[in-house]
Design a protein around this ligand. Structure first.
Ligand code: KG4
Ligand code: ZN
Length: 334
């Protein structure tokens, strides 16, 4: 089954063709156009500006990837939520039009489900699967007993992990998006230079909270205002903050894994691109004899191949939407 997939939930316009045969997936082509340069000027994503960029970029990207009559495509998958409504609408309206014109099934996909299914690209995680989703808007632990079966075991009470990275980066004057900038700076720093809180570690559940950690970093920066120009001080802050957040994510995931005993643990969402998180989670999992799957690095951040992957398994289950009436769901959850 060849799925044409579209993703436009935030600041990346993306299209892909994904081929699935008996549950084994392969990305035939994937295009991603980032809007980072434009949003950097504003220090974050401006929804209407983002939507206009999606509108300008999406048609030429589609024309590069598929024939005008849609020949060779079996279904169209599109991110229907969660995300920014004006941005989501661009992808969804284009997908509806293509599905109607080509007479092909239209498959709405939850963006978070897409991040999870990035782990099925070039790999087949065994169920039950415990997924740690860490993105700009979400931090969740989800148990999957089968395809399409999601039980949310825990989530953040306030900031998402990616949001904490972005906010700390902004406090330090690092460019948007903050996660990659903190990740790069942290490599040069000492993770033990500052002791930041490991939030919610004393609670025996799968809940997270990152706003206190972010505030602790803010206080440390205020205390040391005169050292802000010192590169090694900034690197130590970045490394110590990253250490606290990564340790919390890994520890909570492993504690949850002990309770539900999954066959595989997977990592999903933009923060899955973080080198230290990938490394630590893999080591912790293997030390305990569990199997870890990581999404291919290029499919960790927002992309359409992951939407095609989730779309494939939805298509196999016979899920589709009416191409004339599908609407976006900005607050959709897994
Ligand atoms: O999944 P994603 O691309 O978009 C959402 O669905 O939210 O995730 C974006 C988030 C941003 O907060 C970004 O700062 C973070 O992922 N991120 C990272 C890294 N790369 C992206 N955080 C930490 N380390 C990274 N290398
Ligand atoms: Zn995402």
């Amino acid at each position: 089954m060849r799925i044409f997939a579209i993703e436009s939930s935030c600041d990346e316009t993306a299209v892909a063709i994904l081929n699935g045969v008996d549950g084994v997936l392969c990305v035939e082509s994937s295009l991603i156009r980032s809007q980072i340069d434009i949003h950097t000027i504003y220090g974050g994503v401006v929804p209407e500006v983002g939507a206009r960029q999606h509108l300008e970029m999406i048609s030429p990207m589609i024309a590069r990837m598929v024939r005008p009559d849609g020949a060779g495509i079996d279904a169209i998958a599109v991110t229907a939520g969660p995300g920014l409504a004006p941005a989501l609408r661009v992808g969804v309206e284009v997908a509806k039009t293509l599905a109607w014109a080509w007479r092909k099934p239209l498959i709405p996909v939850c963006h978070l489900e897409g991040h999870i299914y990035a782990n099925w690209i070039d790999s087949v995680p065994e169920f039950p699967v415990l997924a740690l989703i860490v993105s700009g808007g979400h931090t969740e632990l989800v148990l999957m007993r089968d395809h399409g079966n999601f039980e949310r075991l825990g989530e953040t009470l306030d900031d998402a992990a990616g949001e904490a990275f972005d906010k700390v980066a902004r406090m330090m004057g690092l460019p948007y998006p903050g996660g990659p900038a903190v990740d790069r700076l942290a490599v040069q720093g000492n993770p033990k230079a500052f002791t930041f809180p490991r939030p919610m570690m004393n609670r025996d559940d799968a809940m997270f909270s990152f706003s206190g950690l972010k505030t602790a970093v803010l206080y440390e920066l205020r205390k040391n205002e005169s050292r802000m120009a010192d590169e090694s001080f900034r690197a130590d802050i970045a490394a110590s903050f990253q250490e606290a957040i990564v340790e919390t994510l890994v520890e909570k995931t492993m504690r949850t894994a002990w309770k539900c005993m999954p066959k595989s643990i997977i990592l999903a969402g933009g923060v899955a691109a973080n080198a230290q998180l990938r490394d630590r989670l893999k080591t912790a999992t293997e030390d305990r004899g569990m199997t870890m799957h990581l999404p291919p690095f290029q499919y960790s951040l927002d992309n359409a191949a992951m939407i095609g992957a989730a779309g494939y398994f939805r298509a196999v289950r016979g899920i589709s939407a009416d191409p004339l009436t599908l609407v976006v769901d900005p607050n959709q959850d897994i």
